[in-house]
Every structure is written in C-alpha cells, then in structure tokens.
Ligand binder design. Structure first.
Ligand code: TXA
Ligand code: MG
Length: 328
C-alpha cells in the first residue's frame, strides 16, 4: 500500500464513504465512527440488521474516554498487555453514536496492530467503525481479494495489507456492569485474560440480551454445506459419501487420508496442526473449497480437549450450522 492510497482512504472516510482495510484478524469495512449516515452505508452494504453493533477502531488508547465512559481500571492492564492487538472490549457507551452501537448503551472498542490499520487510524485521527468485510452471515475475509469477491466495485477502495496474521476475528470481552463476560473466543484466550484480570471470566448465557452477530448460530458459513467429522469416523464417512456419489471436498489435519483421496479425485486440504496456524488459514481454505462447487465439505474436527482450539471450534461449529442466520 502506498501513501497515495492512504491519502485517498482518509479523504473517502472524511467524505462519508466506506473503505475496506486490513487488520491483523480479518479485513474490515470502515466508516467514520462519528458519521451516522456513513455508518448506515455499512449496514446496507453488508445486509446486516442495523441493531447489530459495530466495533470502533482506534489508533491508541488516548481517545477511549471520548467513545466510552465509566471505564473500569482493569482496562489499563488489559490495554498494556493486549493492545494494539486482537482484543475487543465492550464498555459503557460514551459519545459513540447509537447507530454504531446498534441502539445499545455499550460500545465495542479495539486497537488493531496491523501496520496499515495503524497508519490509517493515525492519519484519519478519529475512530473508524468497522465490521468484518463480508456479507452478513458469510465467511470473513483474510485477503484483499476476498473483500473484492464479497462486494466487487461497490466499495471505492480496498487497502491491501496481504494475508491477515491471525485470521480469526478478535476475542470479545464485555466489561459492562461490573462483570467480565467472554462474548467471542479468539486468538487471545480466556485464560490469558483471566491471568491479567486475576478474576474468572464468565461465558455468555444462552439468553444473553447482548446482541452480537457473531453469536448467531450460523455465522461464518460458506454456501456449500459443511459436515464435521471426528477423526475416527472420517475415513468411513469419505468412503460412504463417495460411494453414494456425493461430491465432496475434505479439510483434514491428518496426512493419512491424502493418498486415498488423490486416488478418488477428491479435492483435499491438509490444515496446520497448530491451532494458531489453523486459525490463520481457516477462512481462506473454506473459501477455496466453497469455490469448487461440491455438494459437501467434510471437515475433520480438531482436538476438543484444549482451550487453544476453542476459537477454531467456535467458527467451525457455526460454519457447519445449516440454518440461515436467525435475526432476533
Ligand atoms: O477482529 C475483529 O473484531 C474484526 C476486525 C475488522 O476488527 N471485526 C469484526 O466485526 O469481527 P464484526 O462486526 O463482524 O463482529 C463484531 C462483533 C459483532 O458480533 C458485534 O455484534 C459485536 O462485535 N459487538 C460490537 N459492539 C458490541 C456491543 N456494544 N455489545 C455487544 N457486542 C458488540
Ligand atoms: Mg463479522
């Protein structure tokens, strides 16, 4: 990305337009957080209900008191440890417009570390409201061409920052009302946050009244149906599906299926065995398998006994959920 793209991005934002930009997690669809009509353009473009709040991105913590209020003391510690980085904090709303917060009296704040996001935020000077740059309910983009795939020329500028390092959306921690609740798992783990906060973090209750579209069951779904299979059933499933002439693509962690799959002409991706690298590649791999036009994507379930896989499991389970996104 060159300086003239950056200048153009800043001009577009001041002009109430939308700019797609990279963060270390996924690409975002950014608008001036102080401009309600620019915010409404994001909802329209994404096809997202306007009561689903957006995260405000800041260059550093110095402006946080403007957007949020009654900020708990622990935000300082969390900020020192995890910002800039893939953590979003939900705080009491300060001057953030209700359009950004979906009408709620809380606001999501994140300070991203991606150098392009940092440059953009610094030069722009204000807050940038941005959801992931995908159509509502679809897989988040981790490369600039994914953003183009989603929106084509309806976005004037997509800043290119290469492939996102983390690849899964930020960890969301709510600190509203003297409680600490994990709303979305991410690469920063609950235990890392608990160690810093020195307190236990709650998981969201099913009946939570907090609206987070990441908490809708069937978020992050490709067009092709997905089935998750435990490793011990994987080969058997491949065999029975191919025998019944279901066209499948396979995403697995084990190499042991590779040869058989090649013989059967089944498109296959072997994923990294480290959860962080798996997370980094997940969305690009789902997009790749989605494009082939098979009947089913069969995915080997990663290990279920470790916290390190929690964010990946969360996204895989949502991707495999069959219903269309339910809007409450
Ligand atoms: O990594 C990320 O967080 C990316 C990058 C672009 O920063 N952004 C992202 O935004 O994933 P989005 O809008 O796709 O997901 C943000 C989630 C949504 O589920 C939204 O509802 C929730 O954050 N959220 C935002 N503000 C909130 C609030 N005030 N209360 C509860 N949830 C909130
Ligand atoms: Mg999203």
């Amino acid at each position: 990305m060159n300086q003239s793209d950056l200048d153009l991005a800043v001009d577009l934002l001041h002009d109430g337009q939308i700019v797609a930009f990279p963060t270390e997690t996924v690409y975002g669809l950014g608008a001036n957080a102080s401009d309600p009509s620019a915010i409404n353009k994001i909802y329209a473009l994404k096809g997202r209900p306007s009561n689903h709040p957006l995260i405000i991105h800041l260059a550093d913590i110095s402006q946080i008191d403007y957007w949020a209020r009654n900020i708990p003391l622990c935000v300082e510690q969390l900020s020192q440890k995890f910002w800039p980085g893939p953590l979003t904090l939900i705080l009491e709303r300060g001057n953030a417009p209700l359009e950004v917060t979906g009408g709620q009296d809380s606001v999501g704040i994140r300070i991203p570390s991606h150098p392009v996001a940092q440059k953009l935020l610094k030069q722009f000077g204000g807050g940038i409201a941005a959801p992931s740059a995908n159509r509502f309910g679809r897989v988040s983009p981790t490369q600039s061409d994914h953003v183009y795939e989603e929106f084509g020329d309806s976005i004037k500028l997509i800043l290119d920052g290469g492939s996102c390092q983390v690849g899964l959306e930020s960890t969301i921690l709510s600190l509203v009302g003297n409680r600490a609740i994990l709303l979305r798992p991410g690469s920063i783990r609950k235990s890392d946050l608990e160690a810093t906060l020195q307190t236990t973090i709650e998981s969201p209750s099913v009946n939570t009244t907090i609206r987070a579209s990441g908490t809708l069951e069937s978020h992050y779904a490709p067009e092709t149906p997905i089935e998750l299979s435990k490793i011990e059933h994987l080969n058997e499933r491949i065999l029975s599906l191919t025998e019944s002439r279901v066209r499948i693509a396979v995403m697995s962690l084990s190499h042991r299926t590779t040869e058989e799959l090649a013989q059967k002409n089944v498109h296959h991706i072997t994923m990294p065995i480290s959860p962080d690298n798996y997370g980094k590649e997940l969305y690009a791999s789902l997009r790749e398998l989605d494009r082939i036009g098979v009947d089913l994507i069969l995915i080997e379930k990663p290990p279920e006994d470790s916290e390190a896989w929690l964010a990946v499991h969360d996204r895989l389970t949502r991707a495999a959920h069959k219903d269309e996104p339910k809007v409450s």
